[in-house]
Design a protein around this ligand. Structure first.
Ligand code: CP
Length: 317
């Protein structure tokens, strides 16, 4: 099957295993392309994408932008500072005005969970969710799984821990959905104040003990403490949090095996992970960033193929 089952990427929840495999297969082809001396393909000439970022971003924003350029798409970047949102214009009016300029696809990062889904109900263009509040960050979930697949070959039966601020993390939910569809076992490890009340319904293990969780794991995804979404009652003392849930070299040395270490970024060095660990050989954090471009090229290409005639360049390996 060469087509995604969806026309928008709102969350991993809405993808099936075939979709994941198709995206990963296409990402592998694009990873080969972007490691060539000429890193560009002409696939999306005459296709225009608007990157709308209503929240700060470094990795996701630049990664989408580079992915679009590598596909030869035209792109425009929008951020709220300096825009008419500051004068009270709504999200939908903003998007409709952008679409009137003959834009074909919207990439949206927004602080409100459900913002990307809302747009799909109001506009015809394809929408990619680049992170909606505490809900999902599907391309991050995809690139995390792709990076793990590069290391393990298959995720069936692999034990993956997701550690830290689960409640405020959109990365956690996208990872849980993707990893489960790929057959991994998952443990969410966090203080009780940072685990959502419905977490036991996700079909994952829950733990509050980092060392025990690490002993169980084949890989660990250390989440950023989302200071901008947290009030002091949930983490009264960041130093105490770091002592209990920060990943340090001494914890790693207590394990009788090597585990892979992921982090979606941006890193709070010295809080959820020390520099020594983040910069160690076991960390695949920059692999994640590199793979993000190929994965986003795959997502954009596959969604554009559903929406518009895109020349078949036969990038499938
Ligand atoms: N991982 C991630 O979403 O990083 P940014 O917030 O920098 O995009």
């Amino acid at each position: 099957m060469n087509n995604l089952s969806v026309s928008n990427l709102i969350g991993i929840k809405y993808l099936d295993k075939n979709d994941l495999n198709l995206i990963f297969q296409m990402a592998t082809s694009f990873k080969e392309v972007i490691n060539r001396p000429i890193k560009k393909v002409p696939s999306l000439r005459d296709f225009t994408i608007a990157n709308l970022f209503f929240e700060d971003s470094t990795r996701t924003k630049l990664s989408f932008e580079i992915a679009e350029k590598r596909l030869s798409a035209d792109l425009i970047n929008f951020s709220i500072s300096g825009s008419s949102i500051q004068k009270g214009e709504s999200l939908l009016d903003t998007v409709n005005n952008i679409l009137a300029m003959k834009v074909d696809m919207i990439v949206l990062r927004h602080p409100n969970p459900g913002a990307a889904l809302y747009l799909t109900q109001k506009v015809d263009a394809s929408v990619i969710n680049a992170g909606d509040g505490t809900h999902e960050h599907p391309t991050q979930g995809l690139l995390d799984c792709y990076s793990l697949l590069e290391k393990f070959g298959s995720l069936k039966g692999k034990k993956i821990a997701i550690v830290g601020d689960i409640t405020h993390s959109r990365v956690a939910l996208s990872n849980v959905y993707a990893l489960k569809k790929l057959g991994a076992e998952i443990c969410l490890c966090s203080p009780k104040s940072l685990i959502p009340v419905n977490a036991q319904n996700l079909g994952v293990e829950l733990s509050s003990n980092l060392l025990e969780t690490l002993k169980w794991s084949d890989a660990v995804n250390m989440l950023r403490v989302q200071k901008e979404r947290i009030d002091k009652t949930v983490i009264p003392d960041l130093r105490d949090y770091s002592l209990q849930y920060g990943l340090t070299k001494s914890l790693i040395e207590k394990l009788d095996k090597q585990i892979f270490i992921l982090h979606p970024g941006p890193i709070n060095r010295g809080i959820e992970i020390t520099s020594e660990v983040a910069d160690s050989d076991q960390a695949i954090i920059l692999d994640q960033v590199e793979n993000g471009v190929a994965v986003r090229m795959a997502v954009i290409y596959l969604l554009a193929s559903k929406q518009k005639i895109v020349p078949n360049e036969n990038y499938s390996s």
